[in-house]
Ligand binder design. Structure first.
Ligand code: FRU
Length: 675
């Protein structure tokens, strides 16, 4: 990643002019309540701490342009994490050393000796990135004036292992051992290194953690903090941001739950174990290795023999078994048709199959027919890769059935891929990498928590950079680039799967609420009528949706909410009642063209299927979805034109009832300028 960054840096001068425009905070796509710098490039949040009534937010900042480069620490303060005041640059690149990510603390006991007039000094601990040699090491700076000015320590660096990739120190005061502990990333080793210090200047190596969990990408921006599910239950959370391999495709934020004894971090016994793919033996209905066999064909979608893994549009299909698979992309998406199996008896409890291609409920997919009636149906996920899906078919045992693969869609993604249909006693299960993710959207990275939140408050608070390295430099905004997520409170909760990190928007965000709208026990069609009448258009909403997932499941199918709508534009939130899957689809969300990784759908699963409240924060260019009180979160940038059309619900069954739908129109909270 850093290599890419350095390349981008050399391009900096050519894009420099873009920062000349005056910021108005009314520019197209300018978030109205997410933090953005007035002008220029921003990435990771840095050095967040609370002191004398102020939440401090520093951030990776380029003072000279709107692309990554000349990394320095920008600075803002806020009384509530919602309303920000911009302050001058806190730490600037100097002597060919950029100021990379890091943390800051209040040195209450003046262990560093930098205190003045009986007041504790503020210490920033950051990575010095050398631009003329391959080296990164850890350095410190201090402030004696509430963070308004900072002095770099003469004795820098304070920690140097002579490595070109060694960065993002997060320092905490470890109460039990009464010393400072640093968690710092060793990116290419996929490790977090722990060090201790009595005074923030002399550091001793304690231990290393990793590789573990997600190891596809480099490890960056760690954080370590205590967080307990119950009183007296001393757990620790280790945050590791990873450069790639996250569920949404690019960079992301994984976490580990465990214990920290002052020296070593150990994983909790409940941490998920690796699982390999399980393909059940049973009755193979079809694997399409010898063509379509005696399946019946209608239409032109199946005109050619099963594909061998590369579609006519050159896309690779991963995950199929054997040599070939069925796909309906012949010469393009416009082909349509049906492929129907011979009759077979349901002799086992589960029917599993591999499926990929378009997400087209009712338009393209696979279904199970009994007495000519569709009793089960599935579609793809807008991804070519085949993944396992299964139906429990125990209630049909002994009956005669057929499987049908169908494609009636001629537009974008209008094709479906299928392989290996098998009836067996157990469902098939995909291989799983045991990683836990803080966010399932593409745009939540480098998240770290605030230090020194007063004990009487007791919350663990954080936010993340709301962008993603693959396209961050191309997001078409000016004269600024990138925003932070909304601030969130972290808790640890016991779920049926083990201890999990939950995130909820901080209560201070309620200050943004203006008019409240609410409708109880209304059907989808009643809600839609009301939403149109009340003119639920425009950006900036907080929405809350409560429904009984069980009754929803009986009514079958999928519930969808179409947001930020205009002609040919919508961002779609979907809830699948059978799988408890929440997804956010930004494929038609507005400007998606600026990078080929942008138009995509992101999904996550909720464990408690019974009550499924969904909470959403919608700004001019971002959506954050919190499922099940923050058990699962999806953060995604969107770049819509003005949302002129009202929010609308869609469901197969218009009579579906939503228990409670609440909406608040939000007001802006744009930062103000320096004191
Ligand atoms: C993460 C990161 C950090 C580094 C910073 C540089 O996004 O790559 O590892 O300190 O950005 O701007």
């Amino acid at each position: 990643m850093i290599q890419t960054i350095l390349l981008t840096c050399t391009l900096l001068l050519s894009t420099f002019a873009a920062s000349a425009a005056d910021p108005t905070y009314r520019e197209p796509f300018r978030p109205q309540f997410h933090f953005t710098p007035a002008t220029n490039w921003m990435n990771d949040p840095n050095g967040m701490f609370f002191y004398e009534g102020e939440y401090h937010l520093f951030y990776q900042y380029n003072p000279f342009g709107d692309k990554w480069g000349h990394m320095s620490w920008g600075h803002a303060v806020s009384p509530d994490m919602v309303h920000w005041k911009h302050l001058p640059l806190a730490l600037a690149e100097e002597n060919d050393i950029m100021i990379f990510s890091g943390s800051a603390v209040v040195d209450w006991k003046n262990t560093s000796g930098f205190g003045k007039d009986g007041k504790p000094p503020l210490l920033a601990i950051y990575t010095g990135h050398y631009t003329k040699k391959p080296l990164q090491n850890q350095q410190i700076a201090y402030s004696n004036d509430r963070g308004r000015t900072w002095t770099k320590f003469q004795g820098n660096p304070v920690l140097d292992i002579n490595d070109k990739d060694f960065r993002d120190p997060k320092v905490i005061w470890h109460e039990p051992t009464e010393r400072w502990v640093m968690a710092v990333a060793w990116p290419t080793h996929k490790k977090v290194r722990f060090y201790s210090s009595p005074n923030l200047k002399d550091w001793t190596h304690l231990s290393d953690f990793g590789p573990a969990g997600s190891t596809t990408g480099i490890w960056e921006c760690p954080d370590l903090f205590p967080l307990s599910a119950k009183r007296g239950d001393n757990r620790w959370v280790l945050i590791v941001n990873v450069g790639s391999g996250a569920p949404a495709g690019g960079s992301g934020c994984q976490y580990f739950v465990g214990s920290f004894d002052g020296t070593r971090f150990s994983l909790d016994p409940s941490y998920p174990k690796p699982q390999s793919e399980f393909v059940p033996q049973g009755k193979l209905i079809a694997d399409f290795e010898n063509g379509y066999g005696d399946w019946q064909i209608s239409g032109d979608a199946f005109a050619e023999a099963p594909a061998r893994g590369t579609l006519a549009n050159q896309q690779e299909v991963a995950g199929f078994r054997g040599q070939s698979l069925v796909n309906t992309y012949h010469r393009g998406d416009q082909t349509r048709g049906k492929l129907t199996s011979p009759e077979f008896e349901i002799t086992h409890n589960h029917l599993s199959f591999l499926i990929g291609g378009g997400h087209l409920p009712g338009r393209a997919g696979i279904c199970l027919l009994i007495d000519g009636r569709t009793v089960r149906i599935a579609t793809g996920d807008n991804a070519e890769r085949l993944s396992w899906k299964s139906w429990n078919v125990s209630e049909f045992r002994g009956k005669r059935a057929r499987v049908e693969i169908f494609d009636q869609e001629t537009g974008g993604w209008g094709h479906i891929n299928v392989d290996h249909i098998v009836l067996a006693d157990q469902p098939a299960r995909p291989a799983s990498v045991p990683a836990l993710w803080a966010d399932f959207g593409p745009d939540f990275y480098a998240a770290v928590t605030w230090s020194d939140i007063p004990k009487r408050d007791g919350r663990r608070l954080w936010l993340g950079w709301m962008s993603s390295w693959p396209y961050a430099g191309d997001v078409p905004t000016s004269p600024w680039r990138s925003a932070m997520s909304i601030p969130r409170e972290l808790t640890l909760r016991q779920t049926s799967e083990g201890l999990r990190l939950f995130q909820q928007p901080v209560k201070e965000l309620e200050k943004l609420r203006t008019k409240k709208f609410q409708k109880k026990n209304a059907t989808i069609s009643e809600l839609n009528e009301w939403l149109s009448k009340e003119k639920f258009s425009g950006p900036m909403w907080e929405l809350e949706l409560e429904f009984d997932a069980k009754s929803l499941s009986k009514n079958g199918g999928e519930l969808a909410l179409h947001l930020l709508r205009a002609a040919n534009q919508q961002t779609i939130l979907r809830y699948n009642t059978e799988t408890s899957t929440v997804s956010l689809d930004r494929t038609q969300s507005g400007n998606t063209q600026f990078h080929n990784a942008f138009a995509n759908t992101f999904r996550t699963q909720l464990t408690k299927a019974n009550t499924s409240p969904l909470r959403l924060f919608i700004d001019t260019s971002a959506i954050e979805v919190f499922g099940n009180e923050g058990e699962a979160v999806i953060t995604a940038l969107v770049l819509p034109k003005d949302a002129t059309e009202p929010i609308q619900f869609k469901a197969a069954n218009e009579k579906l009832t939503i228990h409670r739908f609440t909406a608040w129109k939000l007001k802006p909270a744009v930062p103000i300028f320096q004191e």
